[in-house]
Design a protein around this ligand. Structure first.
Ligand code: CO
Length: 155
């Protein structure tokens, strides 16, 4: 009898674990963003749940062109900082993800990827102030004009 209870207990635990995993995947802590060969992000808005400790954006380059021709990344920053960061991208270079390593304006910056590749970038929601406006953009020189979107904070 005792062995049966242990088995049942293990089964119940497994079911609850699976449910916990499923619910964590369905909330807004993990976001997908697609970029293409036409210098565009497919998604123009991303909603982040302030209830998440960490937000992870997975950038997927759905085009075919290599980094040298159409490399993209995703940078998260205050909307008011975007143009300044983008202006500096001409001197920071692809190896630095087109941002200065010590740039305090940058909340998150992914590596630069080419067609068929993907990159994850994570940041803490403690860096976000719901009273502010945030954006995501590609920091490859000149790309921000076409490749920018709104990072909406939902509570
Ligand atoms: Co780009």
């Amino acid at each position: 009898m005792r062995k049966v209870l242990v088995v049942i207990g293990y089964f119940v635990f497994s079911v609850f674990s699976a449910q916990a995993l499923a619910s964590s995947e369905s909330n807004q802590c993990e976001l997908r963003l697609e970029a293409n060969d036409r210098m565009q992000f497919v998604q123009k808005k991303l909603a982040v749940d302030i209830g998440c400790d960490t937000i992870t954006i997975t950038l997927k380059h759905i085009g075919k062109l290599p980094v040298a021709a159409m490399g993209h990344n995703v940078v998260v920053a205050l909307e008011s900082d975007m143009q300044g960061i983008a202006a500096d991208s001409f001197k920071t270079g692809v190896a630095n993800r087109y941002v200065a390593p010590d740039d305090q304006r940058v909340i998150a910056a992914s590596e630069v990827i080419g067609g068929g590749e993907s990159a994850d970038v994570s940041f803490s929601t403690s860096e976000l102030d719901p009273a502010q406006r945030y954006v995501f953009f590609c920091a490859a020189p000149g790309h921000w004009v076409m490749m920018k979107g709104e990072l909406i904070i939902s509570q």
